[in-house]
Design a protein around this ligand. Structure first.
Ligand code: ATP
Ligand code: MG
Length: 492
């Protein structure tokens, strides 16, 4: 267990001026658990003005008694240390912010306003005993945080019902910590989460999203989502996912839609996939319950990837994910179903798939696909098929898949055909691309220009129609081909 020098300097500075100072909260918990703390917080009985006097290179950040001190550390986690004056909190009428904070002279007051016992400890270095070769620490632990770490338990500080009633974000935090640390939630704390779960709607979507992301990014993500469901939180956050509960699938599956989505997430989490692939794995079949036709071994789920992609977009927008993140994740859901069989699929259909998905997303799409298969309960390994597909993707990725990769561009058209800048140029280029997608050999300057010359004679209305058709083809052709083969072999 080691306190970084930056923290020691800060606590020493405060103590030299006659104040108390401790490392508190998450960093103490992480030190005891042997994890690297994400950020370091210091608590003191000095008032903000007094802290600022001791550390001139600091900013008084907010009205809650937090002063941010800049250090010269190279480590991003230590560049800014937050020093907070001991405080207690008054009533929380809105279930998310205290109505007022009062500074306090006692560390115990400050620890007792914290959420869970494992987060309510303070620590400081004690002078080294003469001759001792290791550092000596004093841990203030009034609520039994260390014991709960040993027993792997999340337990609210004080009366659980009251604590969740004060701040509903703690409902999510409890599940998040239990997931991250693989802890269980103590009985009374768990009962209080269930009882107060509806309050989560008082919390901003951004803060809910941040906790959800931490749950999904932990190795135990599956257990975390199951916990959210069990506690009655998921129905306020991601109700669409619950639609899959108990929805049986056809003869190709042994799991319900709910179980299957979670098992896909489990694979993604256990294999360290990035957030987009994990979320796409979790949502890849979210559309299934809404398109299910029939019951039992012959039920069908036509178009679930299209419906699922729309639902994924709505879900992620609602949770305020950034647009780029949404676009990518939605693409992964939309195209997760691609069918691939070594002998049957043409290069041109893979090329269209790559165009639709984007070359930069192909690796992630393959991951989602693997997670889907592994989560199906019939994980026939297909290493050869995937290797083969990767090789084809690599090969076709060198072929033109966007107008930018054509051997002629808008300038050429303007010059050679005496065209003015305008929509006609885009139309012609896209129609040319459509042909080249089928046959990259056709990406040849002279041939393209001849074809462009012929197209230029057509009225713009006709060109626009042709462009639309070629775009629809790009959207559908690959899938049509895949789907046709799929239904022939009755898979999926
Ligand atoms: P992380 O590993 O995500 O940083 P953390 O426990 O350090 O986890 P922070 O949000 O950094 O979480 O908060 C630091 C400390 O502040 C917590 O350990 C806890 O003592 C206290 N705290 C944070 N949020 C709350 C809350 N909503 N209610 C009560 N105490 C809280
Ligand atoms: Mg922290």
């Amino acid at each position: 267990m080691n306190l970084p020098d930056e923290i020691k300097k800060i606590t020493a500075g405060l103590e030299k001026a006659g104040f108390e100072a401790y490392a508190v909260g998450g960093c103490v918990r992480d030190l005891i658990m042997g994890r690297e703390p994400k950020d370091w917080d210091v608590a003191t009985n000095a008032k903000p003005e007094e802290i600022q006097k001791i550390f001139p290179d600091s900013v008084y950040e907010n009205n809650f008694g937090t002063v941010a001190v800049k250090t010269d550390s190279e480590n991003v986690r230590l560049k800014i240390i937050e020093i907070t004056t001991y405080r207690t909190e008054e009533k929380y009428t809105d279930k998310r912010h205290p109505d007022a904070v009062k500074f306090s002279a006692r560390l115990e007051d400050d620890l007792s306003r914290r959420d869970f016992t494992i987060n309510a400890m303070a620590l400081k270095e004690k002078p080294r005993a003469a001759g001792a070769d290791s550092e000596n620490y004093e841990i203030i632990d009034p609520f039994g945080g260390r014991k709960d770490i040993d027993k792997k338990i999340i337990r609210a500080v004080g009366n659980a019902g009251e604590r969740f009633g004060e701040d509903a974000l703690r409902l999510m935090r409890a599940v998040r910590f239990a997931t991250q640390f693989d802890f269980s939630i103590e009985e009374k704390t768990a009962a209080a989460i269930k009882e107060n779960s509806g309050d989560i709607v008082a919390i901003s979507k951004e803060r809910i999203r941040d906790e959800l992301v931490k749950i999904i990014m932990s190795e135990n993500a599956k257990a975390g989502i199951e916990m959210l469901q069990d506690f009655g939180l998921l129905k306020h956050i991601l109700p669409e996912l619950e639609e899959g509960l108990g929805i049986g699938q056809n003869k190709h599956h042994i799991y319900s839609v709910w179980e299957h989505n979670l098992l896909a997430l489990d694979w993604a989490a256990k294999n360290n996939y990035k957030l987009e692939s994990r979320v796409a794995a979790l949502l890849h079949d979210v559309g299934k319950p809404r398109v299910k036709r029939g019951e039992g071994p012959d039920s069908t789920f036509y178009n679930h990837e299209v419906v699922g992609a729309k639902m994924a977009a709505q879900i992620l927008e609602r949770l305020k994910f950034p647009k780029k993140f949404i676009d990518k994740t939605v693409i992964l859901v939309r195209y997760h179903l691609f069918y691939y069989n070594v002998e049957e699929v043409t290069e041109s259909s893979v090329r269209r798939l790559v165009k639709n998905v984007g070359p930069e997303n192909m690796d992630d799409l393959l991951e989602v696909r693997i997670a889907d298969r592994k989560g199906s309960g019939v994980p026939k390994a297909e290493p050869y098929k995937l290797r083969h597909l990767r090789a084809i993707i690599e090969k076709v990725s060198r072929d033109p898949i966007s107008v930018k990769m054509l051997k002629i561009n808008g300038d050429d058209l303007m010059k050679e055909l005496n065209l003015e800048a305008g929509p006609k140029i885009g139309c012609i280029l896209n129609i040319l691309l459509d042909e080249v997608l089928d046959d990259p050999e056709k990406n040849e300057k002279k041939r393209l220009m001849e074809k462009a010359r012929a197209l230029n004679k057509e009225p713009i209305e006709k060109l626009e129609k042709m462009r639309k058709m070629s775009q629809a083809k790009t959207q559908e052709a690959a899938e049509e081909e895949f789907r046709g083969i799929k239904s022939k072999y009755k898979v999926g």
